[in-house]
Design a protein around this ligand. Structure first.
Ligand code: G1P
Length: 288
C-alpha cells in the first residue's frame, strides 16, 4: 500500500466573511493565539508523516509562501539579541527545502476545482486533503489517526463529526454503513442537504485521505450545490468503485471560517496554553 506522504491545502478562498480583516491579508493567516490558522493545520499534517505540502493559492496569498520561508533579517536580529527560544520556535515551523509546492486556482469555482488544480503535483499517489478553516485539536492529531486507520483499510477516508440537525445544510453529510475498524463504511454522501434529506447528522469535517482517481472525476467539472464544482459530488461517484470510510473524530473541531468558530478557537487554545491560561481565565470571567 502506498503511504500517504502528500497533503493538499486549498487556500484560495477570498475570506469575504472576515472583511475588512481579509482585505489585504489571507484568512488563513488570521491568528489563533499567536500562530496563523494555517500553521496549526500544516503542523497536524507534519505530525501525520506528510513530507510534501501542496498549497492551492490565489491572488493576494503570497504571504502564505513567505510565512513558510526563512525570514533572514528577522533571524539575524533574533540571533544578535540572543533570543534563542524565539529563533528555535521559528525554525521548527519551517519545512525542509523542497517540501512545499504552490499552485494557483485562478477562478473561485469551488472546493472540487481547487483540489483538481493540484492534480499534476500529487503524482498519481493517494493524498491527504486538509481544509485550513477547520482546526481539530486532539492528540494524536486527526490526520495521524486517519493515517493509522488507512494502513488497515486502504481506500478513501473522511473525518466526520456530529452537528445539530438544523446545521446540516452548511456541510457535506454522510450516511452510515457497517462498522469497519475504528470507523464505518460510508453508504451515501450529500452536499449541503436540507435537514429532511440528510442521511445522518454526521458532517464531513475537513480531513480526507483520497485515492488519485478522484482527479479524473473532478476533471469533468460538473457543477453541484451553489453552482460550484463540489468535491463531495466527485467522492459520490468514486465511492461506486472504491470504498469510502468515515472516521469519527473524537474531539471537537472549530470552524475558523465563521466568526464565532474562530473566536471560540482562540478561547479554546488560549485556555490550553500554560503561559496564558491563568491570567486569561481571570480576564474572561470579568468580560463575561
Ligand atoms: C466544504 C465541503 C463540505 C464540508 C465543509 C467542512 O464546504 O464541501 O462537504 O463539510 O467544507 O467545512 P465549504 O465550507 O467549502 O462550503
Amino acid at each position: 500500500m502506498t503511504k500517504i506522504r502528500t497533503a493538499v491545502f486549498p487556500v484560495a478562498g477570498l475570506g469575504t466573511r472576515f472583511l475588512p480583516a481579509t482585505k489585504a491579508m489571507p484568512k488563513e493567516m488570521l491568528t489563533v493565539v499567536d500562530k496563523p490558522v494555517i500553521q496549526y493545520v500544516v503542523d497536524e499534517a507534519r505530525e501525520a508523516g506528510i513530507e510534501h505540502f501542496i498549497f492551492v493559492t490565489g491572488r493576494n496569498k503570497t504571504v502564505i509562501a513567505d510565512h513558510f520561508d526563512v525570514q533572514f533579517e528577522l533571524e539575524a536580529t533574533l540571533s544578535e539579541r540572543g533570543k534563542t527560544a524565539e529563533l528555535d520556535a521559528l525554525r521548527a515551523d519551517l519545512p525542509k527545502p523542497g517540501q512545499y509546492s504552490f499552485t494557483r486556482q485562478q477562478e473561485p469555482l469551488g472546493l472540487g476545482h481547487a483540489v483538481w488544480c493540484a492534480r499534476h503535483l500529487i503524482n498519481d499517489n493517494p493524498f491527504a486533503l486538509l481544509l485550513p478553516d477547520m482546526l481539530m485539536p486532539w492528540e494524536p492529531g486527526c490526520l495521524a489517526q486517519m493515517v493509522d486507520m488507512y494502513e488497515q483499510t486502504g481506500g478513501n477516508i473522511i473525518s466526520v463529526e456530529e452537528v445539530e440537525k438544523d446545521q446540516v445544510c452548511k456541510y457535506g453529510i454522510v450516511g452510515v454503513g457497517e462498522d469497519v475498524g475504528d470507523g464505518f463504511r460510508v453508504n451515501s454522501m450529500i452536499e449541503k442537504p436540507k435537514p429532511e434529506a440528510a442521511p445522518s447528522n454526521l458532517f464531513i469535517s475537513g480531513r480526507y485521505i483520497l485515492q488519485p482517481e478522484i482527479m479524473e472525476l473532478l476533471g469533468s467539472h460538473e457543477r453541484g450545490a451553489g453552482n460550484e464544482i463540489q468535491l463531495t459530488d466527485a467522492m459520490i461517484r468514486l465511492s461506486k468503485e472504491v470504498p469510502f470510510y468515515g472516521y469519527r473524530f473524537p474531539g471537537r473541531s472549530f470552524d475558523c471560517g465563521s466568526k464565532t468558530g474562530f473566536l471560540a478557537a482562540n478561547v479554546y487554545y488560549a485556555l490550553r496554553r500554560p503561559d496564558i491560561e491563568p491570567e486569561f481565565r481571570e480576564i474572561l470571567k470579568t468580560v463575561i
